[in-house]
Design a protein around this ligand. Structure first.
Ligand SMILES: [Zn+2]
Length: 230
């Protein structure tokens, strides 16, 4: 009798444990966040010319590859790249990838240029209130909950990235800016455009060309994304 009871108890404990693990797995599977990362430009669209030999499209892809490597260790983050090589990417093509994969976030990486040779650092663009506001007035009350949620998440991610990129481009953050991204037309996915370093500034140019700094930038971005989903 006692022996049988022991067996029953053991079996129950086993079923209980399997159930608990199963439930845990269920939760783990439910909490995987998909992030689409776009290394800006590609193919015939070279982006800005950084040196005679290197264009924006090559540098953004190098940074994004490092970022992908960094995030691949995270079990709760799934990364999809819009392009993995030097291919042409139209706004429609990017829009289609986003529409089909329904990501939790879309991040696009660029290299900046302009505003004179003294302009340096990084800029972060989150989706604007844009056309969704009634009569063009930028009032929160006119926005849908989905839009407010999209903007809130985008700004929160921007703040995390700002904090971490500040360590590479000290006091060179040029702030958070509002801008609609034509690639995301009709989609309400949280979005961020990260413009890293100015090719028109000699210090920044050296930074974005250096493999070491490219890795540091990728690490800063990965750290931000990881803390966003922690
Ligand atoms: Zn660009």
């Amino acid at each position: 009798m006692f022996k049988n009871l022991k067996i029953i108890l053991l079996i129950s404990a086993f079923i209980g444990a399997s159930f608990f693990c199963g439930v845990n797995n269920l939760f783990a599977a439910a909490n995987v966040y998909t992030i689409i990362i776009h290394p800006a430009h590609g193919g015939t669209d070279t982006g800005i010319k950084v040196t005679d030999k290197k264009n924006e499209k090559t540098i953004t892809l190098a940074i994004v590859h490092e970022l992908q490597k960094e995030l691949s260790r995270e079990s709760n983050i799934k990364v999809i790249l819009t392009r993995d090589s030097d291919t042409d990417m139209s706004a429609e093509k990017i829009n289609k990838i986003v529409r089909e994969n329904k990501p939790d976030f879309f991040i696009s990486i660029h290299i900046n240029k302009g505003f004179g040779k003294h302009a340096s650092g990084f800029e972060l663009y989150y989706p604007g209130f844009g056309k969704d506001a009634v009569g063009g007035k930028k009032e929160i009350k006119d926005l849908s909950n989905e839009k407010i949620n999209q903007i809130n998440k985008s700004v929160r991610m921007a703040q995390l990235i700002q904090r971490n990129l500040d360590l590479i481009f000290t006091r060179k953050g040029r702030g958070l800016r509002e801008a609609d991204n034509p690639q995301m037309e009709g989609l309400s996915v949280p979005t961020l455009i990260v413009e890293i370093g100015f090719a028109s500034n000699s210090d920044d140019r050296k930074k974005v060309l250096s493999e070491k700094t490219q890795k540091e930038i990728a690490l800063a971005l990965a750290k931000s994304i990881k803390s966003f989903y922690r």
